[in-house]
Design a protein around this ligand. Structure first.
Ligand SMILES: [Zn+2]
Ligand SMILES: [Zn+2]
Length: 626
């Protein structure tokens, strides 16, 4: 049982308390460690010590604290577990209480994080001189040792590096801050005002994390919170979003880097490679359980807090819900349309499509007094059918009903017959008649009164008529543009002549190609680039079929051609004109040689003796393949 322990200072590390104990009491370090932690083998650890269970027992009479309380107040455990899930928090606490404490650093991802722990223990010179004045000694503060913290939160000055390694080298290497900082004449790195202000904000946030302060970010679903914050600050992806779902990640990253500056992000190991898919910044938005470093969370939270919330939508239709513009809408709530889809329309202006539970489906481009102004009706829905029926039943003619509903008579018929079909509220009989007039004059101008030609002159008019008056538009027989009407029949003879010509030149080209290619039927057709259509009618093309038979070569023919070619190139390659050389050059084997080919080889070999290879090659060979 211990009879003395130094009283912990505010924000002091357990490491520092033990170090002061050594200074205050003196004596053999090994036995002191054994008194404190119950065994000699306990390693000095700055951030996350072990054996806190035994330490709490031994210190109980003096401090009256549980192991958990000691871990929370005098180690960096709360900093590392603030963002961890419940399981991890529990396991980390077990580890720090246990004797081994093994794997605690890797469990919390401290060893593998890009955010590195400081190399040396750090201190604030101003804090140190105040401590000496006040207490006659100083101590290691927890906040100053947090990765990500560069300045003192009280004095705003840059922290100084001591010469005490953050990861103690020897077993009982507890080094007292008073010793380590005495007579140190440090020259501190200068920071610009901008950097200093940002570093200070980060340090304060890190300290809040260490102290487990509540914040607006304290939620289980942090990923969701960040996404929402990004949406609210206007980082919406895509062109138009009614209900934003996609983040504009690239713009978000750029703004983040702009906000802090790489010159601040780099020293704390949080630099972001804009556009890289593996940067930590993207990861933090993705995985729910990924253990991102606390300082990374801190940066993101500060960033979102400092940005003005724009809540900006990329379309002008508002957040909804919207009122249904259907006059016959049967919904109880006036604002019955909860969501809309927005897409880019003409000239990139957004067009929204909406569907009311009453069955009315439409598109709109503007709203008047918050009510969508219908652009096109996609579906009238049952309320219109009911109205049309009621009108007729009350003695109206179809014509009158159409006038009352503001639709053409065809639409009324459709509604009555249950074809609640597509239509346009603006389409009136007069419109259709004027379009017909326009189309007629267009046809007169089009060559041969061709519908295709007229269509290309005014595609919009064509589209309107096709949609609203297709029966009339297609009533006349279709006239094609180019062809004179009296010679519709294909002139197969002339077509065939040209195809045979194509086949011939294709076969010739194939035959001349190097390296040698077999001039097969399929090869010729392919090489001639005949349209499938032409070829599918080959019953009409008897000449072509026989021409193709003549032009194509068999496998044996092709081998013969290769052997002849080999006989030409053998002397060029410095090979004797022997049968083995021919086989070697062609890659053929003895067994590939049919009697005809064997005879050819014999001839080729003997021809070299007679020196009449040239004649042989040019005379006999080509004819033989046909
Ligand atoms: Zn200070
Ligand atoms: Zn409605």
């Amino acid at each position: 049982m211990l009879s003395y322990l130094p009283k912990p200072y505010d924000d002091e590390l357990l490491y520092s308390i033990v170090a002061r104990y050594f200074t205050h009491v003196g004596g053999a370090r090994g036995s002191i460690v054994e008194q404190l932690f119950g065994r000699r083998g306990v390693r000095a650890q700055v951030d996350l010590p072990s054996s806190l269970g035994r330490f709490a027992e031994n210190a109980a009479a003096l401090w009256g604290l549980t192991a958990e309380e000691i871990a929370e107040r005098y180690t960096l455990l709360p900093y590392y577990t603030y963002y961890a899930n419940v399981m991890l928090k529990k396991r980390a606490m077990e580890a720090i209480k246990s004797d081994s404490g093994m794997g605690l650093h890797s469990k919390l991802g401290i060893n593998t994080s890009r955010v590195k722990v400081p190399q040396f223990l750090r201190y604030c010179p101003e804090c140190v001189s105040e401590d000496f004045e006040r207490w006659g000694e100083t101590y290691w503060r927890r906040t100053h040792q947090l990765p990500g913290v560069l300045v003192c939160t009280d004095h705003k000055g840059v922290l100084a590096n001591s010469v005490v390694p953050y990861r103690p080298i020897a077993l009982w290497n507890f080094i007292d801050a008073s010793e380590a900082t005495r007579n140190l004449n440090v020259s501190l790195a200068k920071m610009s005002d901008r950097l200093s202000a940002s570093a200070c904000t980060i340090a304060i946030r890190c300290k809040d994390i260490l102290l487990w302060k509540e914040s607006r970010w304290s939620s289980e679903d942090r990923k969701g919170q960040y996404r929402k914050a990004a949406m609210n600050t206007g980082f919406i992806g895509g062109r138009f979003h009614a209900t934003p779902k996609i983040l504009n990640q690239a713009r978000l990253e750029e703004s983040f880097v702009d906000f802090f500056g790489q010159d601040l992000l780099t020293p704390i190991g949080c630099d972001v490679q804009v556009g890289s898919d593996t940067n930590w910044f993207r990861q933090i938005f993705r995985s729910r359980n990924r253990n991102c470093h606390p300082v990374q969370h801190a940066l993101l939270e500060i960033f979102f807090e400092e940005l003005p919330e724009s809540g900006k939508l990329t379309h002008p239709f508002g957040h909804g819900p919207w009122r249904c513009p259907n006059t016959y809408c049967n919904q109880e709530t006036a604002e019955s349309i909860r969501s809309i889809q927005v897409r880019p329309g003409a000239e990139g202006k957004p067009v929204a499509s909406a569907c009311c539970p009453c069955g009315f489906r439409f598109t709109f481009r503007t709203t008047a007094a918050g009510i969508p102004v219908v652009d096109t009706i996609v579906l009238y829905g049952p309320t219109w059918a009911k109205k049309a029926k009621a009108l007729l039943e009350s003695g109206n003619t179809g014509h009158a009903a159409a006038r009352i509903l503001g639709v053409c008579q065809g639409t009324v018929d459709d509604l009555l017959e249950g074809r609640i079909k597509k239509g346009n509220v603006k389409t009136r009989r007069e419109d259709i008649l004027s379009w017909r007039q326009e189309w007629r004059s267009l046809l007169k101008r089009a060559p041969d009164r061709s519908r295709d030609k007229a269509r290309s002159l005014n595609p919009k008019l064509y589209a309107r008529l096709r949609r609203h008056d297709p029966e009339w538009l297609y009533a006349e027989p279709r006239r094609r543009a180019r062809r004179p009407s009296n010679s519709f029949r294909v002139d197969w003879d002339s077509r065939e002549r040209s195809i045979v010509e194509l086949l011939r030149s294709a076969a010739q080209e194939l035959r001349e190609s190097v390296p040698l290619k077999r001039v097969s039927r399929e090869g010729i057709i392919k090489h001639a680039r005949l349209s499938r259509l032409a070829w599918d009618r080959k019953d009409k093309l008897p000449w072509c079929t026989s021409a193709l038979q003549d032009l194509a070569e068999s496998v044996e023919d092709f081998r013969a051609r290769r052997l002849r070619r080999a006989a030409v190139i053998a002397p060029e390659r410095g090979l004797p004109l022997k049968s083995w050389a021919l086989l070697k050059l062609t890659g053929l084997r003895e067994k590939d040689l049919t009697p005809r080919l064997a005879k050819l080889v014999e001839e080729l070999v003997s021809s070299s003796v007679h020196g009449n290879l040239e004649t042989q090659n040019h005379g006999g060979s080509l004819n033989e393949t046909q």
